[in-house]
Design a protein around this ligand. Structure first.
Ligand code: ADP
Ligand code: MG
Length: 321
C-alpha cells in the first residue's frame, strides 16, 4: 500500500462504524452516533454538568504508553471532573486525531475506553475523527443536584483528600530517568480511578471540591482563590502509599504536594461532618485523610511535623525533603 495516500479520510465512516459505534446505550439517549448531533434528555430538576479535557501525545502521556491506558485515562480524567462536581456522569463525545487507521492501536484503545464507560454506565454519543498527530478530547456530560463548587470553602473547615498522593508523579519521575517505576505506581499513572462514588457521596457532607490533576498545592490553590480564603496544610499528615514510602526518596513530599495525575479528590467540610463521611467512605472502600484546615488569612502555609513553615516559591513547592 502506498503510505503517501491518506488512509484515514477515505475510510473515516468505516472507522467510526467499526470502532466507536455499538457501545452501551442509555434510555436518555434519543439519538446517538450517526446524525449531525446527538439528542439527549436531562432529568427534570437536575442541572447539566459539562466538561472537556484534551490529551496530547508526548504531553499528557508518553508516546509509547499502552493504547488501552490512553483510552482509559482520556475517559478517567473527564470522569474525575464529574466526581469533583458531585455529578453523575451520563454521556461523552470523543474528538480524536489519529496518525493512521491502525487496528493494533485502535482496538486496545477502545477496550480501555469502553470498559471504563461500561463500569460507569455512560454512553459515547458522538464525536469527530480526523487525521494528524495523536490527540484526543473527550467532552463529558452528567447530572448535578447539589454541585461541589470551588468557591464554597469557609474558614474553620477541614481539608481532606481521598486515596494517596504522589504515586503518579513518582512513576513519571522514574520513567524520565529511564528507570523502571514500581508496578503499583505505574498502574496508578496509566489507569487512574475516577472517584465518582465518593463525589456523589460528598454532596451531603462537603462544600468545595476539586480533583487533583495538577498537584495538591496548585489545585487546592484554585479552591482558596475562588473562596477567597487561605489554608494550613500539615505535611506529615499527607497520605503517602507504602510503595512511595518504600522508595525512601528525598522527593516524596514534593511528589505528594506538587505532583499531578493522581486524580484524587481534595475537598473541604465542616468538622462535625467528618465522622459520618468517613464511615460512608469506608463502606465505599475509599481512604480519606484530613490534611489541613481552611483559614481566614490568605495564602497557603505548609507546616512540617515540628510546626515550622516550609519554604514556598511562586511556581509551587520545591524540594521539601
Ligand atoms: P458531521 O460531518 O456531520 O460532523 P461526522 O462525519 O464528523 O459528521 O461524523 C458522523 C457521525 O459520527 C456523527 O454522528 C458523529 O458524532 C459521529 N462520530 C464521528 N467521530 C466519532 C468518534 N470519534 N466517536 C464517536 N462518534 C463519532
Ligand atoms: Mg464532524
Amino acid at each position: 500500500m502506498n503510505r503517501q495516500v491518506p488512509v484515514l479520510p477515505s475510510s473515516e465512516f468505516d472507522l467510526i462504524e467499526q470502532y466507536f459505534c455499538g457501545g452501551n446505550t442509555r434510555k436518555d439517549v434519543l439519538l446517538g452516533i450517526g446524525d449531525d448531533a446527538a439528542l439527549l434528555t436531562v432529568p427534570a430538576g437536575k442541572a447539566l454538568a459539562v466538561s472537556v479535557d484534551t490529551l496530547v501525545a508526548g504531553v499528557h502521556f508518553f508516546d509509547d504508553a499502552p493504547p488501552a491506558s490512553i483510552g482509559h485515562k482520556a475517559l478517567a480524567v473527564n470522569l474525575s471532573d464529574m466526581a469533583a462536581m458531585g455529578a453523575e456522569p451520563a454521556w461523552f463525545t470523543l474528538a480524536i486525531t489519529l496518525p493512521e487507521n491502525d487496528d493494533a492501536w485502535l482496538r486496545p484503545f477502545c477496550t480501555g475506553m469502553f470498559s471504563l464507560a461500561e463500569q460507569y454506565n455512560i454512553t459515547l454519543v458522538g464525536g469527530d475523527t480526523t487525521r494528524g498527530p495523536l490527540c484526543l478530547s473527550i467532552q463529558m456530560s452528567g447530572f448535578c443536584t447539589k454541585p461541589l463548587r470551588r468557591d464554597k470553602a469557609k474558614p474553620g473547615q477541614l481539608i481532606m483528600v481521598s486515596g494517596t498522593l504522589g504515586d503518579a508523579a513518582a512513576a513519571v519521575a522514574a520513567i524520565k530517568k529511564n528507570q523502571q517505576p514500581d508496578d503499583t505506581m505505574r498502574q496508578k499513572l496509566l489507569y487512574p480511578e475516577p472517584q465518582i462514588k465518593l463525589g456523589l457521596a460528598l454532596v451531603n457532607y462537603a462544600d468545595a471540591a476539586i480533583d487533583i490533576s495538577d498537584g495538591l498545592v496548585a489545585d487546592l490553590g484554585h479552591i482558596l482563590e475562588a473562596s477567597q480564603c487561605g489554608a494550613t496544610l500539615y505535611r506529615h499528615q499527607l497520605p503517602l502509599s507504602s510503595e512511595l514510602l518504600a522508595l525512601h526518596s528525598p522527593e516524596q513530599w514534593h511528589y505528594a504536594l506538587a505532583g499531578g495525575d493522581d486524580y484524587q479528590l481534595c475537598f473541604t467540610l465542616d468538622p462535625e461532618h467528618a465522622p459520618a463521611l468517613k464511615s460512608v467512605a469506608s463502606t465505599l472502600g475509599v481512604q480519606l485523610t484530613v490534611i489541613g484546615v481552611i483559614d481566614g488569612e490568605p495564602g497557603l502555609r505548609v507546616l512540617d511535623e515540628d510546626g515550622c513553615e516550609l519554604s514556598q516559591t511562586s511556581g509551587g513547592y520545591d524540594h521539601f525533603g
